[in-house]
Design a protein around this ligand. Sequence first.
Ligand code: FAD
Length: 378
Amino acid sequence: MLEESFDELKKQVIDTQLCFFCGLCSAVCSMGCISFKQDGPELDGDCSACGRCLEACPGLGAPLKDLEIQVFGRVKTEAEEKRGLGIYLSDKNLVSSDTEIQKKGYTGGKLTALLAYLLEKKEIDAAIVSHWGSASPYPWVSWPVIADSKMDLIKGAGSKYVFSPNLLALEAVAGNDNIQSVAVVGLGCHMQGLRKLAYLGESDTNLLKKVKYAFGLYCGAPMVSKDDFLAYVSEIHEVPPHEIASVNFKRISKEFDVAFEIGLQNGNTCKKQLHITHLLNIISQYRRWYRCRFCTDYAAEYADISFGGVHITCRTPAGEDVVNRALGDGWLIPSEPNKLLDNMAEGADQSFIRMKKVTNVKRINEYKRNGKPVPCYD
Ligand SMILES: Cc1cc2nc3c(=O)[nH]c(=O)nc-3n(C[C@H](O)[C@H](O)[C@H](O)COP(=O)(O)OP(=O)(O)OC[C@H]3O[C@@H](n4cnc5c(N)ncnc54)[C@H](O)[C@@H]3O)c2cc1C
């Protein structure tokens, strides 16, 4: 153990913007003195300098080769390194067969459908997902929710292009006697945090022993700070930031038209419909979050199953088994063939893989040479 205090976490991770708001530091804190607010972790009590927060923090990086051995029993082959999607057993293009889930999900609701399937089969008691709006103490910050019903799962469906401290909820799950097993949903960074915790020998502790599945999301999006996100929402709707009370965002067509809806302080709502490329153009004018510039993981490589626009990437035997069963039981069905969308997705995959595996790796080396803070993946 490092025997470092919260001050060190603040100095090395929070002040340097290496934090990506996963929430793990708060969950692992032995004194329960790290609270999570809209601006991230804050000291809220007496720190015993046990060092758990700093040691577990995936913002500082993770020993990726060791995690591969831990999760898959081996490291990537040369061909897998080249492909850029991590180690996997199979990759399928499926969607939910439930029309409501399909409509509310971001790309076919396959992830939400699998969670609903696991809940129905009583293989999990709940899932840690992410909600907008009233579930979040901060309206424009997406927040973890322990969903134990189909309705709560559906409320969480859809992609939020902001950070969500999903690992924060591990603590509440550990302390809830009604929950014996969960699936955790998150981005690649959340998955690295989960696996790093197990690597540190924490798999038998309460925090991880109820985690049955790790479901990751592909991520190539330019994440921005909470303030930049608010400024961007304000720009799209032409409403001053201080008048915004809540945010909702969902995909409404196969062609990636998205509906943005905001609630105003005066109780009114304001809607805008845009194409995703238009949104990404606007958001790219804001500064990409410092930590995301060093991310090398596009396809949530350490999950049991990763979910992308046209991918259900089954990585572990347990992950592949549940996808096959949900397919066999009719909860998942093949996606309708769509050449245009498939080509778009393939193009996006290639450019995001290049960004993460080439540009970001070069950037890490360059920043390291210049003495700037970067994550360590050795
Ligand atoms: C920030 C971000 C960037 C993405 N970039 C890409 C990309 O470049 N290429 C690609 O193929 N796919 C990308 N995805 C994944 C894609 O948007 C869909 O999430 C994925 O295809 C699954 O769709 P679905 O309909 O099956 O999921 P749904 O059924 O809609 O379920 C999505 C689940 O993810 C959870 N969730 C949503 N946002 C977050 C978040 N920010 N943090 C933690 N949990 C969250 C939800 O609560 C829900 O449980 C990205 C997703 C996000 C959130």
